[in-house]
Write a protein that binds this ligand. Structure first.
Ligand SMILES: [Zn+2]
Length: 295
């Protein structure tokens, strides 16, 4: 299996992005894995602290590792939005490939101090683990929001991106560039789309010269995704769109078979709807194009 770092480098060179999808049960994992195999592209599955709490840290690590080994397929595991060193260490020791160490709610200098400490501690456990840091404000909660929070004051600047990367040693940075966790109802209905600040992404890439992750990708305009990837985004996170498809698929499975009680006869409807969303996002993120802006 090629190391994740090589796959990231290759994505950067080819001007494509690796899709990252949050999971919190077997339906979602099966759907993501099926879509990635179908498209034959590397994929990241991520679990935030709440998602890990539900599934089990060591259990999901064993499950994903078993898929990677049995199918010789590049599926990797991320500890998404980890808010303490203890939780980060727990995931690293369980075999997670990637840690999103998220201290973005703290003042900048404190975020730098704690992230630097986390990079050192996590690399000591596994030198090839990838540590991602976060700056700026992109809201919280990958769910349906009634109104959009005002995130305009939390946008990341190229200067702070450069300083954060240089001071912490993170290999991947998650900036705030118009992206937002969760979706508005109008986005779920497809009436409105999130728009990204492409110029800001390009300026951050030039200044920070690291891999960049776009969080909160659900409901984003397709053309903005293409431009963001060309400007230097290497990983795109999708969660809420999958959760919406999961619920719809589950409701369909139950409605189609009102008297059914066998989970493996009800749940495939949910797997199928989630698989369709993941497949369409993977096609968009991995569409061949000219090389992205360099590092
Ligand atoms: Zn996120």
């Amino acid at each position: 299996m090629r190391p994740l770092h090589d796959l990231l480098r290759e994505a950067q060179e080819n001007g494509v992005a690796i899709g990252h999808f949050n999971i919190s049960d077997l339906v979602l994992l099966k759907a993501v894995f099926a879509a990635a195999r179908e498209r034959n592209v590397p994929v990241l599955v991520g679990l935030s602290e709440g998602e890990r709490e539900f599934v089990g840290v060591r259990q999901i690590a064993a499950f994903v590792r078993s898929l990677r080994e049995e199918f010789d397929f590049p599926i990797f595991l991320d500890a998404d939005h980890t808010h303490s060193l203890a939780k980060a260490v727990e995931a690293a020791k369980a075999g997670f490939d990637w840690i999103v160490f998220d201290m973005s709610a703290l003042p900048f200098e404190e975020n730098v101090r704690q992230t630097k400490q986390a990079v050192e501690a996590l690399k000591a456990i596994n030198p090839s683990i990838i540590v991602e840091g976060e700056i700026g404000d992109i809201g919280s909660g990958s769910e349906i929001h009634d109104s959009a929070p005002d995130l305009s004051k939390g946008l990341s600047s190229p200067e702070e991106a450069q300083r954060f990367v240089a001071s912490t040693g993170v290999e991947v940075l998650a900036p705030a560039v118009g992206n937002m966790h969760g979706m508005l109802k109008s986005m779920v209905r497809g009436e409105t789309k999130k728009r990204l600040d492409i110029e800001r992404i390009a300026a951050i890439k030039r200044a920070a010269r690291v891999f960049l992750t776009l969080h909160g990708g659900s409901g984003t305009d397709d053309e903005d995704f293409r431009k963001a990837i060309a400007a230097g985004i290497n990983v795109v996170h999708i969660n809420t769109e999958l959760r919406v498809a999961w619920r719809r698929g589950l409701e369909q499975g139950l409605a189609k078979q009102p008297d059914e009680v066998v989970p493996y006869k009800i749940l495939p409807s949910a797997v199928e709807l989630v698989r369709q969303v993941v497949a369409s996002r993977l096609s968009l993120f991995n569409a061949p194009r000219r090389a992205a802006q360099g590092m």
